[in-house]
Design a protein around this ligand. Structure first.
Ligand code: SF4
Ligand code: SF4
Length: 136
C-alpha cells in the first residue's frame, strides 16, 4: 500500500534522527550535562513508548516448560510493536511463514517473567504476538 510505505519511511527517518541525536550526545567525551541527560532519557522513553525492553540476555532460556524461544519472540515484538520498524514487520512475516516459533503455545505460566531482570510481561506480549501471527 503506497500510503503505508510512505508512513514507514517517514517513521524510519524520525527513528534515525532520534538515534543520531542520542549517539551524538552519548559520544560527548565531556560527559552528559544534567540537561542533556534529561533530554536523552526523555527521547529514549518516547522512542520506547515507556515500555520495558528485552535486552536478549536469555536469563529466561530454561524457564519455559514449552521451550519457546522467548528472546527471539520478544526481540521481534519490540522491533515491530514498540519501535514500529519495518524490520520488525519483516521478522514477524518470517515467523508467520515458518510457523515454528508459535507464540500461541504460551500458557501464560509466568515462569519466564520471574527469571527476567527487566520484568518483561512475556505472556502478555506472546498473546499479542499470537494475535498478530493469526491475522493476515
Ligand atoms: S509464560 Fe509462556 S513463554 Fe513464559 S515460561 Fe510460561 S509458557 Fe513459556
Ligand atoms: S525476556 Fe527478560 S530474561 Fe528473557 S531475554 Fe529478554 S530481558 Fe532477558
Amino acid at each position: 500500500m503506497p500510503g503505508e510505505s510512505s508512513r514507514n519511511s517517514t517513521h524510519q527517518l524520525c527513528v534515525d534522527r532520534v538515534l543520531e541525536e542520542n549517539a551524538a550526545i552519548a559520544s560527548d567525551k565531556a560527559g552528559l550535562t544534567p540537561g542533556q541527560c534529561e533530554r536523552f532519557v526523555r527521547a529514549f522513553q518516547d522512542f520506547s513508548k515507556g515500555e520495558a525492553l528485552c535486552t536478549g540476555c536469555r536469563y529466561c532460556d530454561n524457564a519455559c516448560p514449552l521451550e519457546l524461544p522467548i528472546y527471539q519472540l520478544m526481540g521481534t515484538y519490540q522491533l515491530s510493536q514498540i519501535f514500529g520498524l519495518p524490520a520488525g514487520d519483516e521478522q514477524l512475516e518470517r515467523l508467520r511463514e515458518r510457523g515454528k516459533l508459535d507464540a500461541t503455545k504460551c500458557e501464560a505460566c509466568g515462569r519466564c517473567t520471574e527469571k527476567c531482570p527487566r520484568h518483561i510481561p512475556v505472556a502478555k506480549r506472546m498473546k499479542h504476538l499470537a494475535e498478530l501471527l493469526a491475522s493476515v
